[in-house]
Write a protein that binds this ligand. Structure first.
Ligand code: NAD
Length: 333
């Protein structure tokens, strides 16, 4: 068997981590032949709760799980890690402005970037889940200059999974019959779930474009997009808590594909540093269609962006530029 790898999860006493840790520890992400040490970071007041999570992990009796290190010290949490799931963030409190939330969280991701820079392996892969995920990932990378910027990404996989499930449900096919859906831009209500290049294996076994199979442009350019954009809020309204099981599954999907690779003919959505592809602003963390191979991602090129899509890409670009300016201002304080 391989040597154990070190994987850190921040916000480890929170609700997303509660679902994610089990998937990691049983081999869903790094494979059923890959032992691992789990480093669990949360804040000091949560250490009691975290201890309960450690007990449960132990009681799962999972053979791949070699060691669990609960801590409130980032230097311990990030020591020699191979992969990092940055889930922990401050939740939005009643009456809190979006700006205040961004300021509070950007400071957390600045400090964690510095800790990653100092303590993690230089090859670490960092996935940011905590919101505002794209901008937190940008700040984290900025403060970890010794780690290649390509090793940082933010999660839009939950949005992709939501979009894929909406299409599959409408066509009455299993979700993995639908491929090549793209989430463009920010993990926020300005994101653009795009089916222009998506394909589906229909119930009678034919491969078709999603556009042809659905055959309802009004739905595809209307309710479909707004349902995906507002799905997080709909879950909160129903559950009185934000998405956790689905967010954890998406985080596992994201890292699994980045680590192991994506099928050559398909792609997944990840927020990564923009190189200006598709006329997006260079240097923001923008969700693109990507293919992964040997631990590296590459933006899928050459897709057609029509006028409708162009407008959507530009709206989410503008929001990401504004977030970046606000975040950089906070970091200079
Ligand atoms: P939660 O409140 O249940 O857990 C968050 C945990 O983070 C808490 O235990 C808290 O103590 C911890 N924490 C706070 N500051 C920390 C710090 N500085 N270091 C380490 N831990 C810290 O929240 P949750 O439901 O697990 O959600 C976590 C984050 O994920 C939120 O920001 C949420 O908005 C975000 N989220 C993102 C997506 C996405 O698709 N990108 C989807 C769902 C949720």
């Amino acid at each position: 068997m391989a040597e154990p790898i070190r994987v850190v999860v921040t916000g480890a006493a929170g609700q997303i981590a509660y679902s994610l840790l089990y998937q990691l520890a049983k081999g869903d992400v790094f494979g059923d032949q890959q032992p691992l040490s789990l480093h669990l970071l949360d804040i000091e007041p949560m250490m009691g709760v975290l201890n309960g999570v450690v007990m449960e992990l132990q009681d799962c009796a999972l053979p791949l799980l070699r060691e669990v290190i609960p801590t409130a010290d980032p230097a311990v949490a990030f020591k020699d890690v191979d992969a990092a799931f940055l889930v922990g963030a401050m939740p939005r409190k009643e009456g809190m402005e979006r700006k205040d939330l961004l300021a509070a969280n950007v400071k957390i991701f600045k400090a964690q970037g510095q800790a990653i820079d100092q303590h993690a392996k230089k090859t670490v892969k960092v996935l940011v889940v905590g919101n505002p995920a794209n901008t937190n990932a940008l700040i984290c990378s900025k403060y970890a200059p010794s780690i290649p910027p390509a090793n940082f990404s933010a999660m839009t996989r939950l949005d992709q999974n939501r979009a894929q499930a909406q299409i599959a449900n409408r066509l009455g096919v299993p979700v993995n019959n639908v491929s090549k859906i793209t989430i463009w831009g920010n993990h926020s209500s300005t994101q653009f779930p795009d089916v222009a290049n998506a394909t589906v294996i229909t119930a009678n076994g034919e491969t078709k474009s999603v556009n042809d199979a659905i055959n309802d442009q009004a739905w595809l350019t209307g309710d479909f997009i707004s349902t995906v954009q507002k799905r997080g809020a709909a879950v909160i309204a129903a559950r009185k808590l934000s998405s956790a099981m689905s967010a954890a599954k998406a985080a596992a999907d994201h890292m699994k594909d980045w680590w192991n690779g994506t099928p050559a003919e398909s792609w997944v959505s990840m927020a990564v540093f923009s190189d200006g592809s598709y006329n997006t602003p260079v240097g923001v963390m923008y969700s693109f269609p990507v293919r992964c191979s040997k631990g590296q991602w590459e933006i899928v090129q050459g897709l057609t962006i029509d006028e409708f899509a162009r407008g959507k890409l530009d709206v989410t670009s503008k929001e990401l530029i504004e977030e970046r300016e606000e975040a950089l201002a906070v970091c200079q304080d």
